[in-house]
Design a protein. Sequence first.
Length: 182
Amino acid sequence: MLKNWVVVPTRLPLVLRRCHACASERFRASGKFRVNANHKLIDAWLLALCTACGETVKLTVLERMNVRSIRPELLDRLHDNDPGLTAELLQDPVVRRRNRIALDWDNAWRLDTGGSDHLDREVIDVSVRFAARIPVRPVRLIAEGCGLSRAEAERLITEGKLVSAVRLSGKLSGDFTFTLKR
Ligand SMILES: [Zn+2]
């Protein structure tokens, strides 16, 4: 029996970065952009607010870019504070590296297993798809989806009853499949 599971974001991740005004290390994307055009050069930032004190930081999206090298569609979305653009940019590794930020996905996603009819099957093959690149521990995901404790899931791996082509003990954020035999 083949099942399809999906890891779905439920809200934007928090931005991990130290606040200069207080000791907090988490910012919430405001959903607003600031665009500054100087002759033919454009800068654009995504604004984020400290979750503790509300201090604003600017995360660089475009830096001294020639206006003609930017897709007009992107400019429109920046000017319109497009909500989907915030999610896209936070997940862009280039944006994250440039701003030296990481993301906190805790409590920002859920696992959609499409029902519970797989729980009493002896053998299941599951294909897990990630709707966003959310780093999770597969063993935690499988335990949750199959109604097992973490320890039970780890025991099944040790016994060779829970198998996958990927390492189930680490973290991953891309699609994978696994087979569980009880
Ligand atoms: Zn702060």
